[in-house]
Design a binder for this molecule. Structure first.
Ligand code: NAP
Length: 261
């Protein structure tokens, strides 16, 4: 685990759990504040994470207990879970650890995508359901579901897959017919349309991540009349807020701390 931190002692200590553009936006909004010392935490999975405007730490905490120990050792006042909407484990750990450490927790998350006229969406809860939803007949499938559960699609070797991930896959994917591409968003509609046309894509399989950076593929699917198999988000245990609401909640927390509430 690597650590780069410099915190003034009398400021509000904020730990942002990151790995999302929302976390970076929050860090950007807090940078330079003398009264707030923000640290951003990354899981450390991405080979070349984008530069962050506040000090960062990288790597897992070691479960709930590890996170509790970190919150206590660093005297964190506010924990902001700004992880990706599909990062369910760390979200659960954050809620539990904040409760145990007596630390305020906020959830910062982008809204989910909702269907627009012309969309042909098949919403599913699991990767196995996504495999079934593609159907039995061989199809050309654009898979943008990350790299962790690609094994589910080995159950359907009749399809040809175009797999897009941020980093190269570290282990074999086990897919009989696949093209692999690495790219990091934001993606625009023209480029997505070119890619999907060039690969003669018939079905898109993706997660309902929400946000603008990766929405272009859905716009293209709508334009081309392609079906989309969309993984629903895991249940969120803490009400989500926007960046502005999160910033307001941080100010409210500071105000009540000053009043000794
Ligand atoms: P996850 O399953 O919810 O978490 C797995 C473990 O990774 C956690 O138990 C924790 O390890 C560690 N971890 C996760 N986020 C962390 C953070 N911000 N700081 C320190 N440790 C963290 O997470 P995931 O779905 O694998 O996602 C990993 C990271 O990638 C997250 O930061 C997430 O925001 C980002 N991301 C995820 C997705 C997605 O689709 N899941 C997409 C884009 C980005 P310990 O138990 O040891 O603390």
């Amino acid at each position: 685990m690597e650590e780069t931190k410099l915190k003034p002692s009398c400021s509000t200590r904020v730990l942002i759990l990151g790995g999302s553009s929302e976390a970076t936006a929050l860090a950007r909004a807090l940078v330079g504040r003398a009264d707030i010392a923000a640290t951003l935490s990354l899981a450390g999975r991405t080979l070349a994470p984008i530069a962050q405007p506040v000090p960062t730490r990288s790597g897992g905490f070691g479960g709930i207990d590890g996170l509790v120990a970190y919150l206590r050792a660093e005297r964190i006042d506010l924990l902001v879970d700004a992880t990706h909407p599909f990062a369910a484990r760390i979200a659960h750990h954050a809620r539990a650890a904040a409760r145990l450490a007596g630390c305020t927790i906020l959830k910062l998350s982008r809204p989910a995508w909702s269907p627009q006229p012309g969309d042909v969406w098949h919403e599913v809860a699991t990767m196995d359901e996504a495999v079934t939803a593609i159907g039995v007949a061989p199809r050309r499938v654009f898979l943008t579901v990350g790299s962790l559960r690609l094994d589910a699609f080995t159950q359907a070797p009749q399809h040809h897959y175009l797999v897009r991930t941020i980093d190269p896959l570290r282990t074999g994917h086990g897919l009989a017919h696949a093209d692999l591409i690495e790219a990091r968003g934001p993606f625009d509609v023209a480029a997505e349309q070119r890619l999907m046309r060039d690969h003669r894509i018939e079905v898109l399989v993706t997660k309902n991540s929400g946000g603008d950076a990766s929405a272009a593929k859905l716009v293209v699917a709508r334009k081309l009349g392609l079906p989309v198999v969309l993984l629903r988000r895991p249940e969120a245990g803490t009400a989500s807020t926007s960046l502005n609401d999160t910033l307001a909640a941080i100010e409210a927390h500071r105000a009540s701390a000053r009043r000794g509430v």
